[in-house]
Write a protein that binds this ligand. Sequence first.
Ligand SMILES: [Zn+2]
Ligand SMILES: [Zn+2]
Length: 261
Amino acid sequence: MAAEQRKIIEQLMGSNLSNFTSRGQVHFTDRKVCRSFLCGICPHDIFTNTKMDLGPCPKIHSDKLKSDYERASYSHSYGYEWDYLEDLERHVDECNRRIDIAEARKEKTTEEIERTDELMREIAHTDHSIEVLIEEMKALSQKGRVNQTMKHYIELRRLRTHRQELHQEVISMNEVPSQAGTTHQKLQVCDVCSAYLSRLDNDRRLADHFSGKMHLGYAMLRNLAKDLRDQLELQTSDKNEEEGGLEAENQEYGEQHSMLT
Ligand SMILES: [Zn+2]
Ligand SMILES: [Zn+2]
């Protein structure tokens, strides 16, 4: 059912995207344009064909708009990096939540773990579908398409109920004492990507994990978020100092500043 849902959304988004671009009316400032893609890498492009596949990005990715934006941002600051940071951090936070859950249940049986993974995946997909539906609904209601907006709303309600049921199952699984014996105490949780690793895994298996697309994707996501946060915080403190009329006397500070501008 989730797959079917996703197919419908892909079709919807696909047709929408071509409409938009074929009219040639979209400017990079349009809210339908993906700001993460404009500023760097969209998280939706990082995990394709992995267990954490986020599905297609509901917003427009266009190389042309990206270069328009890059050109325009030389002379004007649009502040889109903050949207980008918010997007990156949202995915890092989600991963951290999964790490917490995984830590809490690492002594469960393989079957229990598989079911949890399955539930978490389905919750993530449902969340994504809900996000897409809301975006769609906003667009439809702006165009005054009442009937379609209603249909979307009914679907949205169904998805929210479904999500609640999944969430409930996760909670009740946590409440039930695990069937696992001591054999599963050998599990540990990867603190980068939230996957389970076995202490019994040989070096080869571990190396495979650390060079896998999902692990590397989360490592990249975390680095992107950290670097961007540092950069934006530096810019902000720089700006505050300028506004306060203070001169940056520190040579090192001045050098960092010139690197960023
Ligand atoms: Zn995107
Ligand atoms: Zn990992």
